[in-house]
Design a protein around this ligand. Sequence first.
Ligand SMILES: [Zn+2]
Length: 233
Amino acid sequence: MNLSFSLYRLQTIDTQRQKITQRIAQIEADLASDEAIQACLKAKEQAEQELKQAQSKLRDVAQQVAAKRMKLELNQNQLFGGKIRNPKDLQDLQTEADFLRKSIQELEDLQLEVMLALEIAQRTLEEAEQAYQQCLSNKATQGSLLLGEKHQLENDLAGLNAQREALIQTLPSDVLAHYESLLKTKAGKAVAAIIEESCESCGMTISPADMQAARSPNILAHCKTCGRILYKA
Ligand SMILES: [Zn+2]
């Protein structure tokens, strides 16, 4: 049993486990996040608000028009009813009638503008509602893809855990403890392969003596720079 080879295999398994665990955490965060849906919902609510405002403004202008029309009708009754004969009063009524007509015309122009704004607001809301539905459906599709991926990763992880379990049975407990401790202090990488006479982790050149030691089946050699266990294929 070559110790450094076993540890190198263990490291390979652990590196894969780390990657899978990270990806599962990322998937879980993505599944829990509803940022896109919240943005679509916000746009929809904004469009609803704008439509309500336009509707309320339209009602308001219509009421103003109706009130001015009633006033004008009253004015015309007085003007042509025959009861008022004083020229000054008749002149005042005529002035009022002119003013009311002008004011009604302005309000009707405004009414038209508000109706156009209302149409735009309705269209915007329809689009926002469609976009929101699309968001929900995208999220559902993405969710089922992510769940499928997560399921696959969990299977892979279970397989790796079983391999790891079998492998650590073959290792002396002090060696395993040493490996585990390095794994914690060396950012998840306790074993470094020697590639072209250099440590693959820190890049430092390994002395011939350490290369020799790294090949030995029973001795563990360490990189003098980064402290990791060395493995030479
Ligand atoms: Zn190193």
